[in-house]
Design a protein around this ligand. Structure first.
Ligand code: SF4
Length: 442
């Protein structure tokens, strides 16, 4: 990714192309309603001995809606909604079929804003997880947090429950952008959140920054990227804003005439990458950055980097079990997803004992293609398996200088790094331009 700084070529035909994010394979857009709780139970009865487990817990609640939000979340008008959801979540944790002998190495709380749980409720979820699963002594427990919802009491409660890593949404620090996206959080507020986390003993901090937001400029992106480096984030994810108001209705509040154009988005992405690498971060894949001593950077160096629903990860799981509304579980046999709506999720847990409603089985061949796509997105270099994909499909990206063939390998060129998802789509035999189903590449 660092090389991208040396050959920044804006190619609108690729930058505007709608391609999967490839956080799973087959992509989530190909999930169908043929997978239910019974299928998951069957998969769990035939898993390898002593699998490495990863757990994901979705908390779909926020204090207020950010207009750019693409997550599955709601703003609850009554505390009883959270209480009912929590009861269903605890039931799912206690009863969800899981493989025997597995050990948990990672737990991730995502949302929404998991800080919407009171310390007592967060403790109840952790107690339920520990009662049901065997945790490795050095298990990482990571929580996504809204800096606006943090105080020292909550940070201490998170630390007392074993939380080791926090992920803070920063996005952009300029007041004008924050006003337009309905998320006011001055730099001082983020710094106070970091201080509260670190003094509670949660020292590993991730931050998210964005480009492509209304009124963003290269200067504002650089200022934000410099600030997260000065706050000494261990990892930084750089996301492009996906404007899909036909799908996420609240995004209609975003003034479209203030959104940067495609070339400006590309330049902002490069500005973030340049600022972070100049501040000493290692580039990870195409949109993550990490301090060289962080385990994610180590995984990139030793070849164990992976990609899943949280983006790039060093999590070595065999099986990922997702709890809560919309969460996705992954096993060697395929993917299973829960009902997205929190109220319907809670109803399904009461009436059916399972909230799994869709997913996809993964054939052996799809598993191999998925491995190759993940390898391409992590290392930019894969063996050219003629039995898996049609090399002719690569003619266009090779002619355009985005990739080259060398000694039986497909290698992404520096010019092709921003477009690696487009290249992945060429080796995905199931890819069909899906219009509004996927996000643009840059
Ligand atoms: S805090 Fe995060 S999840 Fe909640 S509305 Fe804002 S962006 Fe979405």
């Amino acid at each position: 990714m660092t090389d991208i700084l040396h050959s920044p070529v804006f190619l609108p035909g690729y930058a505007l192309e709608a391609v999967p994010r490839y956080t799973s394979y087959p992509p989530a857009t190909q999930f169908n309603d043929g997978i239910c709780g019974g299928a998951w139970a069957g998969w769990m009865s035939e898993t390898p001995a002593e699998p490495v487990l990863s757990l994901y817990v979705h908390i779909p609640f926020c204090r207020s809606m950010c207009w750019y939000c693409g997550c599955n979340t709601t703003v609850p008008n009554r505390d009883s909604r959270i209480e009912r959801y929590l009861e269903a979540l605890l039931t799912e944790i206690a009863t969800r079929p899981a493989p025997a002998g597995g050990k948990v190495h990672h737990v991730h709380f995502g949302g929404g804003s998991p800080d919407m749980l009171s310390p007592a409720r967060f403790g109840a979820v952790m107690d339920a997880l520990r009662a049901r699963y065997d945790f490795a002594a050095d298990a990482e427990i990571a929580v996504e947090l809204d800096p606006r919802g943090l105080d020292s009491r909550l940070c201490e409660a998170l630390a007392a429950n074993g939380v080791t890593r926090a992920s803070l949404g920063v996005q952009d620090l300029s007041e004008e952008v924050q006003t337009l996206i309905h998320r006011i959080q001055p730099r001082e507020q983020v710094e106070a959140a970091v201080r509260a986390l670190r003094s509670a003993g949660i020292s590993r901090i991730n931050m998210d920054v964005m480009y492509g937001l209304p009124a963003q400029t290269i200067g504002r992106v650089e200022t934000t990227a410099r600030a997260v480096a000065e706050m000494d984030a261990d990892r930084v994810s750089v996301f492009g804003y996906a404007h899909v108001p036909w799908f996420k209705k609240h995004q209609r509040a975003i003034p479209e005439d203030r959104l940067p154009g495609a070339q400006a988005r590309f330049d902002q992405m490069l500005a973030a990458a340049r600022t972070l690498t100049e501040a000493g971060y290692s580039a990870i894949g195409f949109d993550h950055f990490a301090r060289p001593e962080d385990p994610l950077a180590q995984a990139a160096r030793d070849g164990s980097l992976r990609r899943n629903f949280q983006g790039y990860t060093d999590d070595p799981y065999d099986i990922l079990i997702g709890f809560g509304a919309s969460s996705i579980s992954e096993a060697p046999q395929g993917y299973a997803q829960n009902i997205p709506d929190p109220a319907r999720y809670a109803e399904a847990m009461v009436s059916d004992g399972s909230a799994i409603v869709r997913g996809t089985a993964r054939s052996w061949r799809e598993g191999r293609i998925g491995e190759r796509i993940m390898q391409l997105l992590c290392t930019f270099d894969i063996p050219l398996d003629g039995d898996l994909f049609d090399p002719d499909a690569l003619d266009g990206v090779i002619a355009d200088g985005l990739a080259r063939l060398e000694n039986g390998h497909l290698k992404v060129t520096p010019a092709g790094l921003p477009y690696v998802r487009n290249i992945a789509a060429r080796i995905d035999p199931g890819f069909q331009p899906a219009g509004q189903k996927h996000s643009r590449a840059v």
